[in-house]
Each structure stands twice: as structure tokens, then as C-alpha cells.
Design a protein around this ligand. Structure first.
Ligand code: FAD
Length: 324
């Protein structure tokens, strides 16, 4: 089945410069939410155990809008480091904390052996779409946070990118300038907001490369569970839902088994088209409220990663906290 219209963009030059456009194994990563209940915790560890053989480059753990998940995020990240062979990445945001408080969290991660931070401005405490107010004395935007983290220690830092433009950005150009600022401040890669039409990502990649940005721009692949909720969430995030995707989910509101099948097929097809354009890195997002769906990475060919990579030793590129 080819559910997607072929991308109509010329992307050869952009993908050639993506840096990992080679045949063979994929570099994948997963994102998890810190569990709220013992049942969610049990499901999370089941998912982590099931996905571990795919040897993801890293697995990241999100951070709540107002820092409310701070301890749960920390505990989950540290447990991944302690109990698995996986490399964890901790999400950290600017919201609701002073610079000193955020620096202290980063120091604590470093002391625990965590070397990768996904640095974000964060959703406002009112949720996606609510008005954002920088915390007085806090880092105002993600670029400021990246610079702050670089002062704390030699973290590997990932940041967010928005193929369909961040909803609060003054313009597409301003948003691209912001991405450049984050990378110039010391981030190593960007992970994109989810999108459903591969052409959206490929066009964005062309603009990014034309702006002189050479860092990896890893596509964020969203694993749909509840299509209605996804439509609502996508509207707030400025992510377009193509008509063909709506048609694929038509009539499946009360049919979770077929919905899961369609969701996995749609995401796997999205990965296949991107691979055909030279993309070899993927970041998989589960829909909020569910843990994960390992079928998509398998269907996308991530099984070729099995047994390929172990965790890098902590401190391989390390510089101690406070050393610059
Ligand atoms: C991969 C990924 C993971 C995520 N994980 C989390 C998470 O764990 N927790 C969470 O709360 N949220 C998370 N989010 C959501 C993210 O926090 C929101 O999308 C947020 O609104 C933007 O974050 P950012 O880091 O891109 O912000 P920024 O890069 O700071 O940009 C935010 C907006 O401000 C604009 N801007 C930047 N600098 C300036 C300036 N100096 N003056 C004026 N405008 C400026 C930008 O153009 C943009 O519109 C994640 C998003 C992605 C893509």
C-alpha cells in the first residue's frame, strides 16, 4: 500500500547533507513520558525492555510543563542508566524555575552520569497554546538554556525544530533563525515536531540546509493511538493532518485493533518514504497517555540495528561540571 502521495520536492542536495544518508542500519531514538502510576511504570519498563534490542542511540524522558514531573523524570532517567544498557536523555525546560534551579538540576544529572539533555523552552503551565511568560530570573528561551547548560558541563544537547513553524514564531524566517541560535549555542542535533506528510519535513530540511545549518535534523515520528485526540493536539502544535490520513482513520473510532494497524502502517510508510530520500535517523514519539508501539520501528527497518551498538562509556567526551 502506498498511502502517501510521492513528495513533489527536489530534496537530493538537502538529504545528501543530512550526514547519515547511507544504506544499512538506522539510528533511532524513543521518547517516553515519566510514569504517574505503578501501572504506567510497569508498562513503561515493559516497553523499554521490548525496545532495547533495537539498540536506540538514546531514549529520552519528557519533562512536565511546569516542572511538575521533575522528580519522576529524574528517577526514570537514572533508572534507565542504572538498570539498562540504554543511553538516556533527560528533557529539561525553562518553565517555572530560576536559572540557578535549572543549573542545579543539570548538575545533578551530570553527577548521576547523565550526559545528554534535550533542551526546550517548554510548554506553558496552561498547556500547549496557552500564553508563555518567561520566569523572572529564569532562562527565557531554549537558546538561553542551551548556553546555560554548556556552562554547567559538556552535555550532548538536542533541541526542537518545527517543520511547519512554531505556533508562536513571528515568521518562518524568525523560527529558522531561532533554530540556528540554538545550534550555534552548542546543541548537536535538532529533533522535529511531529508531522505526517514526509514532503513537509523534506521541504523544511531544504530550507534548513539553505540557511547554512549542517547539524542533523532528526524527524519526529508520531505514533497515533487515538486519531481524534491527535487531530486536536496537532491543531495546537501547527501540524497539518493530511486528508488521506483522515480517510485512513475514518470509521475506526471504536475499533482500536484496526486503528493500531493503520497507525503503524501510516508511520512505517512515512519512514519508508523518508528513507528513500536518504534519511537514516528517526525519533519515535508515542502519543501522550500511551507508552510505546514497537511495531513501527520494526516495520521501518530498525531491526537491522539489533546488536549493533552498546552504550558509550560515560564521560567519553566529558568535561566536569563547572569546567569550561
Ligand atoms: C522533540 C521535542 C520534545 C519536546 N519535549 C517537551 C518536554 O519534555 N516538555 C515540554 O514542556 N515541552 C516539550 N516539547 C514542546 C516544546 O517545549 C514546545 O513546543 C515549546 O513551545 C517550544 O519549545 P522550543 O524549545 O522549541 O522553544 P524555543 O526555541 O525557545 O522557541 C519558542 C518560540 O519562541 C520564539 N523565540 C525564540 N527565541 C525568541 C526570542 N529571543 N524572542 C522572541 N521569540 C523567540 C521561537 O521562534 C518560537 O516561536 C517538546 C517539543 C519537541 C519538538
Amino acid at each position: 500500500m502506498n498511502a502517501y502521495p510521492p513528495p513533489r520536492v527536489s530534496v537530493a542536495s538537502a538529504t545528501e547533507r543530512q550526514g547519515s544518508a547511507r544504506e544499512g542500519a538506522l539510528d533511532i531514538s524513543f521518547e517516553f513520558f515519566p510514569p504517574k502510576t505503578p501501572d504506567a511504570e510497569r508498562r513503561l519498563w515493559q516497553a523499554i525492555t521490548a525496545l532495547a534490542p533495537l539498540r536506540p542511540r538514546f531514549v529520552s524522558v519528557t519533562y512536565g510543563a511546569d516542572g511538575g514531573t521533575r522528580e519522576r523524570t529524574h528517577a526514570t532517567v537514572v533508572r534507565i542508566l542504572r538498570d539498562t544498557e540504554l543511553t538516556p536523555a533527560a528533557h529539561l525546560t525553562c518553565v517555572g524555575a530560576t536559572r540557578d534551579e535549572i543549573d542545579a538540576i543539570a548538575h545533578r544529572y551530570w553527577q548521576a552520569g547523565v550526559r545528554h539533555i534535550v533542551a526546550l523552552r517548554g510548554d506553558p503551565p496552561g498547556g500547549v497554546g496557552a500564553r508563555y511568560e518567561p520566569h523572572p530570573g529564569g532562562y527565557a528561551y531554549a537558546a538561553d538554556l542551551v548556553a546555560g547548560l554548556r556552562r554547567v558541563a559538556d552535555f550532548e544537547i538536542s533541541v526542537a525544530a518545527f517543520p511547519e513553524v512554531h505556533p508562536e514564531a513571528a515568521s518562518a524566517e524568525a523560527d529558522l533563525d531561532n533554530l540556528k541560535r540554538k545550534l550555534d549555542a552548542g546543541a548537536r542535533r535538532a529533533i522535529t515536531q511531529f508531522f505526517f506528510d514526509p514532503a513537509v519535513y523534506l521541504r523544511f530540511l531544504e530550507r534548513v540546509r539553505a540557511a547554512g545549518i549542517t547539524a542533523p535534523i532528526v524527524p519526529g515520528i508520531f505514533l497515533i493511538s487515538n486519531f481524534r485526540r491527535t487531530v486536536e493536539f496537532a491543531r495546537k502544535c501547527n501540524a497539518t493532518i493530511p486528508d488521506w490520513l483522515t480517510r485512513m482513520f475514518a470509521g475506526l473510532d471504536d475499533d482500536p485493533a484496526n486503528r493500531a494497524l493503520v497507525a503503524a502502517a501510516a508511520a512505517a510508510e512515512q519512514c519508508r518514504i523518508l528513507q528513500a530520500h536518504g534519511v537514516r535517523e528517526f525519533h519515535f514519539y508515542p502519543e501522550p497517555r500511551r507508552v510505546d508501539d514497537g511495531r513501527v520501528p520494526h516495520a521501518a527497518g530498525a531491526g537491522t540495528s539489533v546488536g549493533r551498538r552498546g552504550r558509550r562509556k560515560h564521560g567519553d567526551t566529558a568535561r566536569g561540571p563547572g569546567l569550561t
